[in-house]
Design a protein around this ligand. Structure first.
Ligand code: PLP
Length: 517
């Protein structure tokens, strides 16, 4: 028999999906991908952060029809070429050390490796029984993180005692998904206590992230973002923190009108300016309501929560002991690759009651024994991948001390930006620096700040972002509060160094010269 015939026969025994990538070929390919990854990451020092791309330009580089014939594993080099020629030109380089826009997406090599391993294993951890290590490692990571952030014991799995099933946490994809989970759990608790589901109302501040409104839309409490029939956006004080009296007023008025205050969501570190709602005072006031009337208290600490890994920043979660649920995104600021949102609840039964559904095909002895956690009941998706691996890799590689160093490094660099703003007579701080976030504006017309941001980003060497918030003029005249453009510098890129901050400052200064001649 010819070699070719023997190979064909051998090939026939290999399932189609497995052909080509035998051990040697796979290792070689992974190695070439690793080399591409290092090339890409090293190149970020020199590349601009953003690129000029016309709509449709990237899509046009791909064939209009999918290929009928596949390729040989040895041809994988073509895929790498396409990464360089098609994918890279259409990227905003979020991992650039000069990326200061939005909240950066934190990443690290241990995080990347965690993603790789999760992808190789490719298990579905929907039930404890479908991969016990997926559930148990995730539970351990949630308890570890609760300790790392100094959370009260009530949020830990090991807080269960007697009748109380206790708290615990799971990894959600995003803070937006956590908000949906909190809202449906809150509503279920009210429905179980006899309230009509059509009477539920939600409270958050005008500065809350849009994900809270979106959760209300998903849960059917709002038809669109403007629908205020059951969503109350509570006004804020001059520091853009939720006004507690206004919140209580709204709750009382709704109760008097026969509505059911269902969820209060505070933000610890708002997206626009990093403001902290007065969580402690809100918790204390809500605690005065009779149990049956008390709304669920959700805490959105998606960005700032990570800073609580350092003792000196624990103020960010001050008052969290009153919360029913809390979320923090390590994918924003704790070196864990996207996506990873940590979501804790004080009463895990309240959450699982709202999402538990057990068709015959998911029944199993372990779940029925009540001795295990089935994470499918903790969020909308049934299937779930092993996101806890990357968190485990990150924590074991850096250790708590390394994570503290990472956060402190960023806060120190943000102070350099703050000092620059104070020293630059054409700029003023729009709000106080919040951890690694510096919000400033150009003195004078609001539109000057808009132009400055545009100029800085058009130059492409650094990337910053904007917001529009109700603030006073630079003379701090309370009568002058109006919606003003603000430039945001979020120090959070994993690889940022002092020289990148110097470059940022030089870019802002040059753009300022162009805007104010
Ligand atoms: C305070 C806050 N909450 C929620 C979110 C939404 O995060 P995610 O993309 O994880 O849904 C953001 C995003 O920046 C945020 O800043």
């Amino acid at each position: 028999m010819s070699d070719r015939a023997t190979n064909a026969q051998k090939d026939e025994m290999i399932p189609p999906a497995m052909r080509g990538f035998e051990a040697a070929e796979f290792t070689k390919t992974i190695d070439s991908l690793a080399q591409w990854a290092m090339r890409y990451m090293d190149s970020l020092q020199d590349r601009d952060v953003s690129q000029a791309v016309e709509p449709g330009q990237i899509g046009a580089m791909l064939p209009d029809e999918p290929p009928s014939n596949g390729m040989e594993a040895e041809q994988w080099g073509q895929v790498i070429e396409d990464l360089e020629q098609i994918v890279e030109p259409g990227l905003m380089h979020w991992q650039s050390p000069r990326f200061f826009a939005y909240f950066p997406c934190s990443s690290s090599m241990p995080g990347v490796m965690g993603e790789l391993v999760a992808s190789v294993l490719n298990i579905n951890g929907m039930l404890w029984s479908t991969s016990p290590s997926a559930t148990e490692i995730e539970m351990k990571m949630m308890d570890w993180c609760a300790q790392m952030f100094g959370l009260p014991d009530v949020f830990r799995f090991d807080s269960a005692s007697g009748e109380n099933t206790g708290g615990g946490g799971c990894i959600q994809g995003t803070a937006s998904e956590a908000a949906v989970a909190a809202l449906v759990a809150a509503r279920k608790r009210k429905v179980k206590s006899g309230r009509d589901r059509s009477t539920m109302t939600v409270y958050t501040s005008t500065q809350a992230h849009s994900s809270i409104l979106k959760a209300a839309m998903v849960a059917g409490l709002a038809d669109d973002p403007e629908d205020r029939s059951r969503v109350r956006l509570i006004e804020v004080d001059e520091h853009l923190r939720m006004d507690v009296d206004a919140l209580l007023r709204a709750i009382r008025e709704d109760m008097a009108a026969g509505l059911t205050p269902c969820l209060v969501s505070t933000t610890q570190g708002t997206t626009s300016t990093g403001a902290f709602d007065p969580l402690k005072a809100i918790g204390q006031e809500l605690a005065k309501l009779p149990d049956a009337d008390r709304p669920w208290l959700h805490v959105d600490a998606a960005w700032a929560g990570a800073a609580a890994v350092c003792e000196e920043n624990r103020f960010v979660l001050d008052g969290v002991e009153a919360a029913d649920s809390l979320c923090i995104n390590p994918h924003k600021w704790l070196l864990t690759n996207f996506d990873c949102d940590l979501f804790w609840v004080r009463d895990r039964k309240a959450l699982t009651d709202s999402m538990n559904i057990t068709p015959a095909y998911l029944r199993n002895a372990e779940s029925e024994s009540g001795a295990v956690i089935d994470y499918r009941d903790w969020h909308v998706p049934l299937g779930r991948r092993m996101r806890a691996l990357k968190l485990w890799f990150v924590i074991r590689y850096f250790g708590i001390d390394g994570l503290k160093e990472h956060i402190r490094h960023h806060i120190e660099l943000a102070k350099v930006v703050e000092a620059f703003v104070h020293a630059e007579p054409r700029l003023s701080m729009a709000t106080d620096r919040s951890l690694g976030l510096v919000c400033f504006r150009v003195i004078g017309e609001s539109e000057l700040t808009e132009r400055l941001i545009e100029r800085v980003n058009d130059r492409r060497r650094v990337m910053i972002s904007h917001t529009v918030v109700p603030i006073m003029d630079e003379c701090n005249n309370p009568a002058s509060v109006s919606e003003r453009w603000v430039a945001r510098v979020a120090v959070g890129a994993s690889g940022v160094r002092r020289k990148d901050i110097d470059e940022l400052i030089a870019e802002i200064s040059e753009a300022l010269d162009e805007v104010i001649q």
